[in-house]
Design a protein around this ligand. Structure first.
Ligand code: M6R
Length: 364
């Protein structure tokens, strides 16, 4: 049931601190400060390349994970949406791990891609939320998210749980490759363990986000900008807004603005900038100032330091708790989900059952 919440989507957004903690429990030994996988007998050390395949929100979780696999494990990563992957001629060499991400474990294109990868001799890992699903049954390495049933068509808690599993997997792979000292491992475990409390901190801005929703609800087009792991998050924010509020939205790499999309900017196009303070902050802020100089109305999502440094001149700001960069994508997912939710409610759309969409896409 929806409990006290008006929609399943809102209930599921609010469940995130608990279900992410639940999920992480299967992948971390918090007290020992060590990483763990649900199974011991999968040979991660021999993985030479990772090929990630998924659709929709699960694909964006995979895009974030690419940064982690490269950064921690130094393993090359290919990634594609399932509907493209299965109709190209992907080069899948020996020693490859094909990783499929799916809430339902039943998405037709992702499943077909899994079978194709298996036929090409890849080891198969899946991150799924339904442990009895077809993908779960067909995997060599089953990595469950413990988000519980997700009813809202817009994926929310499954996404943050996928990110939690993928961060832990990337760190496990790094360890298997001898690229993680015990101290580094302990630090990663500590950062990941801080995610549930940080998600709670992010939820505290629900009301502030609700108050600014009318700015977005009045727009015809909205742009989302981010860099690094916040770039896939920008695309996820745009997808969330499109699917439930029916407002046209695009997510862009902040640095790509001046290669075309900046031509769209005028006072009618709100721009949501996702920029936690950190190594990429100044770069993103300079792209933000370029759009402000063209009259663009910016909503800046950052932490206290970031808002202090760059919040002037924004039409609204959303302050997130200050978190380690590793968990920032999980934490910053919350305001973009809440924003899409409140805009959809303001527009009066059917939030849990948006038009033309199905929860599980089991046809091609
Ligand atoms: O069950 P899956 O994770 O395989 O589903 C993939 C997409 O259909 C799904 O994420 C879709 O994009 C959501 N409606 C996004 O909110």
């Amino acid at each position: 049931t929806k409990g006290n919440h008006r929609h399943f989507m809102l209930k599921e957004i609010y469940e995130q601190p608990i279900v992410v903690a639940q999920t992480l429990r299967a992948y971390l030994r918090r007290l020992e400060g060590t990483l763990a996988l649900p199974t011991e007998d999968f040979d991660l050390a021999s993985v030479k390349r990772v090929t990630i395949v998924a659709c929709g929100t699960s694909f964006y979780a995979g895009l974030v994970a690419k940064y982690w696999f490269e950064q921690f494990a130094r393993v090359p990563v290919d990634i594609d949406v399932a509907s493209e992957f299965r109709y190209r001629a992907p080069v899948l060499e020996e020693g490859g791990l094909a990783l499929f991400i799916s809430q339902s474990g039943e998405t037709a294109d992702t499943l077909a891609a899994l079978r194709h990868a298996r036929a090409e001799g890849q080891k198969i890992a899946v991150v799924v939320n339904v442990p009895t699903s077809t993908m779960a049954r067909e995997a060599d390495l089953l990595l469950s998210t413990h988000a519980g049933p997700e009813i809202g068509v817009a994926s929310t808690k499954a996404f943050t749980c996928q990110l939690a599993v993928l961060a832990a997997l990337a760190a496990n792979l790094a360890r298997a490759k001898g690229r993680l000292s015990p101290d580094e491992e302990r630090a990663i475990v500590r950062h990941l363990s801080e995610a549930p409390a940080a998600l709670n901190g992010a939820l505290a801005y629900d009301e502030a986000i609700q108050e600014m929703a009318p700015i977005i609800a009045a727009a015809r087009d909205v742009l989302y900008l981010g860099r690094g792991p916040d770039y896939p998050l920008a695309m996820e924010g745009a997808l969330k807004l499109k699917e439930i509020s029916y407002i046209h939205a695009e997510g862009y790499a902040a640095g790509e603005m001046k290669h075309g999309p900046i031509a769209l900017i005028d006072e009618n196009v709100p721009i949501i900038v996702i920029a936690p303070s950190g190594p990429l902050f100044d770069k993103t802020v300079s792209n933000m100032q370029e759009v402000q100089a063209r009259g663009g109305k910016v909503v800046l999502i950052s932490d206290y330091d970031g808002i202090q440094a760059a919040g002037d001149g924004c039409v609204a700001t959303i302050t997130m708790p200050k978190v380690h960069p590793l968990i920032a994508p999980l934490v910053y997912a919350v305001p973009i989900q809440l924003l899409a939710y409140h805009v959809a409610v303001a527009k009066g759309t059917d939030v849990d059952q948006p038009r033309n969409l199905a929860k599980s896409v089991t046809v091609e």
